[in-house]
Ligand binder design. Sequence first.
Ligand SMILES: *Cc1c(COP(=O)(O)O)cnc(C)c1O
Length: 358
Amino acid sequence: MPVIPHNRLTFGDAECEAVAQAVRSGQWAQGLRVQELEAALAQTAGVEHAVCVASGFSALRLSLGALGIQPSDTVVIPAYCCVALANATLAWGATPVPVDIEPTGWNGGAQAFRAAIAERRPRAIIAVNTFGMPCEVDQLSSAGVPVIEDCAHAFGLQVGEKWLGSRSEVGVLSFYATKLIGGGEGGAVLTGSRAIADYVRSARDYGDQPASAYRMNDKMNDLEAALVLTQLKRLPELIWAREAIAQRYLKEFSGHGVSVIYRLPANGQPRIWYRFAVEMLTRPAVSVVAELRHAGIQADVPVYDWRPAGGPRAPIADRAYRNLVSLPLYPSLTRDEQDRVVSAFLSLCAELGKAART
Ligand SMILES: *Cc1c(COP(=O)(O)O)cnc(C)c1O
């Protein structure tokens, strides 16, 4: 039986045609399609300005630049997160300060963030909507330090009065191929601040500017923009397809080994189901991933532990890096494939249950 991949891209004729049209137009570099995408993103997020850049990493790095980051500064980030957050900070010679997360939703908690703010007086905080679970931006925004909301896993959702990406000074997006909206590569900065938008618009380009180590050609191109625009138009459909699969997993996995062998992801609403990350309670994630791959299911460890040894204590982040297993979840996962994921996971957990009892 064919292996079920951890990610499979969702696309159809619309995506193919959009890119073909962009190719035929003879406008391949940053052009009208990037402009059109910026308008569409600003509208989707309910923000004044959206500026497209080369990647999520570019969006993070240039957001920090717009906030005036200096080499002597610190940036508070979750201890459990994509290494891009640390790298974007290090790119300015500044210091990332990882703070521990909370086990419900695996996001940084307001309390830990506030303690780190009081102690370190950082230039900025980066909060992440991990796996699609909205982080507590409101409680951070009042602390007097600018908040960057990383929406790489969650976009197109309203939380309370506001859309994700509009809840703080800056929102950032990634359009890496396997993200919620794919464009191959690409990213965007969302903001209500004209000054921040102007900075990013200028800094992404080095043309006709004095020599600088900080202008790194962070532009998005029109071929990527054509792809992202097409995916953005079908975002509600993509979100709904993920939701339906996640709800099925939650139902299928709610008996048997739950809370003994594994713990299910938080189903607090509203959320986006970018990843379905199960916490294994009796075996480390790497061994469970190996077993599932043996059964033809490409599960994966969702986040790689980038932290240098000897850093601040973060027991819950340690637990997340060690125990979380991400199961295949994407709009093109067929009903049959879902059946296979469910049965492989449940039979592995039944074995783990037997092993735990003897
Ligand atoms: C993927 C990702 C990034 C980086 O985006 P790239 O486009 O790959 O540079 C940043 N933050 C989070 C949470 C991500 O998942």
